[in-house]
Design a protein around this ligand. Structure first.
Ligand code: IMP
Length: 425
């Protein structure tokens, strides 16, 4: 019986992790977000009401769950306060009893967003979300970050910014942007102090305490394995560690031997931003998936690139994360396709490769199989009511990746989900 579950994306993000965390988090006592920032957009639909979360863990939608934001999340105070307000307006309780934010988390400030935007105008653009994530992580590891507890003392904040801002402003000027005023920045940041200070905590100690009590803890990742800064399609990646192993290193708790790792994947593939995507369909099929799957970014509204399921990349991601269970999302989107293209291997010259490293993706040719499709709408069906070919699709995916499919999602609402077995028990 695992006391700890990590939910991780196996593709390029947008797999539907928010829905899975919402479902599994309902049976947890603690939900932890451990990396990324406001570049993430977790969309959850509860009784027809759509909620998009960027920085606050999806567990906030379940009363009684404690949500924790770890020290390796980069927080934009401006949008964090907005997110808190809109959750409160939607009727969810956002109090220090429900949300603890690491005192050590680094801030994403206006100059990080400006730098991100300016770099994205250049030739080497990554297609970032322009939320300042890369520049904020650069500052964190370069030891020139501003941390959230710096907001608790105006003099300390001013002196820290006085140290780090001139160099950032010089870079902004060099890239053709407008420098940021120290006084305005301090004034703006201090306006968030009153709201944020009560939420700051020693999250490592808090998590350790909850672990010792034997509570169920769920770790929620953002983005996906193929966007990991070390193991993804570098340099077309985000700037954080997105894998399951990172959950423990980044929050300061030891990995329990019985942790379950739920790999979340869509029944096809999408990607936002630049970088290799060998199974991409830019014709009719891509448009079909984009329209039926409503594949537009939850954070930026950008149309997502769409393509076929990529089993060799999924095998890699499952292996890397130590996936124990799969959550197969958006199976309903495939309804209406007579045949479903699936990439089952890659070929280089005469060599066939069944598990692929992201760094090789640009050099290999995908090998497709056509799997039989179905015409029936799947929304609201139970497992028994699924058309035979849809059931066969689930089984083939499970066999190909080598892990059981515990969750099948057939629509955006909480109720449009097949829970094949309980991961917590
Ligand atoms: P950044 O994280 O904004 O720096 O963007 C780097 C890359 O990660 C870009 O290709 C983004 O489109 C992608 N990315 C970042 N966050 C997400 C996400 O939540 N879903 C999907 N792609 C993302």
């Amino acid at each position: 019986m695992p006391r700890c579950v990590v939910v991780v994306g196996l593709q390029w993000g947008d797999e539907g992790k928010g829905k899975v965390v919402d479902l599994l988090g309902a049976e947890a006592q603690v939900v932890v977000r451990y990396q990324g920032g406001a570049n993430a957009g977790h969309t959850i639909v509860v009784s027809g009401q759509k909620i998009v979360l960027h920085q606050i863990p999806s567990g906030i939608l379940t009363p009684e769950v404690l949500c924790v934001v770890g020290p390796a999340v980069v927080l934009d105070p401006e949008t964090l306060v907005e997110e808190m307000k809109s959750l409160t307006a939607a009727g969810y309780e956002v109090t220090p009893a429900r949300l603890a934010i690491s005192r050590s988390a680094n801030l994403v400030l206006s100059y990080h967003k400006e730098l991100d935007r300016l770099r994205e105008r250049g030739p080497g653009r990554i297609g970032t979300t322009c939320r300042g994530i890369g520049p904020a992580y650069e500052d964190m590891v370069a030891r020139r970050g501003v941390r959230i507890f710096d907001l608790c003392d105006a003099d300390r904040l001013r002196s820290r910014l006085r140290e780090v801002l001139p160099e950032r402003n010089a870079l902004i000027l060099h890239l053709g942007g407008s420098p940021v005023s120290l006084d305005e920045l301090v004034e703006r940041l201090m306006s968030f102090r009153q709201v944020l200070e009560p939420f700051l905590a020693d999250t490592r100690a808090l998590l350790w305490e909850r672990f010792c009590k034997g509570e169920r803890v769920l770790f929620e990742s953002a983005q996906g394995t193929l966007l990991d800064v070390l193991y993804g399609t570098y340099p077309f990646v985000t700037s954080s560690l997105t894998t399951a192993m990172a959950a423990f290193a980044l929050t300061g708790v030891p990995m329990p031997s019985d942790a379950a790792v739920v790999g979340v994947m869509k029944a096809y593939t999408t990607r936002v931003g630049a970088g290799p995507f060998p199974t991409e369909h830019d014709g009719q099929m891509g448009e079909y998936l984009r329209t039926r799957g409503k594949e537009y970014g939850a954070t930026t509204g950008r149309p997502r690139r769409c393509g076929a399921l990529d089993l060799p990349s999924l095998r890699y991601a499952a292996q890397l994360n130590g996936v124990s269970h799969l959550a197969l999302m958006k199976l309903d989107v495939l309804s209406g396709l007579e045949e479903i293209p699936v990439c089952v291997a890659y070929r280089r010259a005469n060599q066939v490769v069944e598990t692929v490293e992201p760094s090789q993706l640009g050099e290999l040719q995908p090998v497709f199989e056509m799997w039989p499709g179905w015409t029936q709408d799947l929304v609201g069906r139970s497992e028994k009511e699924l058309p035979e070919n849809a059931r066969a699709f689930v089984e083939r995916v499970s066999r190909a990746i080598g892990a059981p499919v515990a969750i099948v999602s057939l629509g955006s609402d909480r109720k449009d989900t097949i829970l094949r077995f309980n991961i917590w028990s």
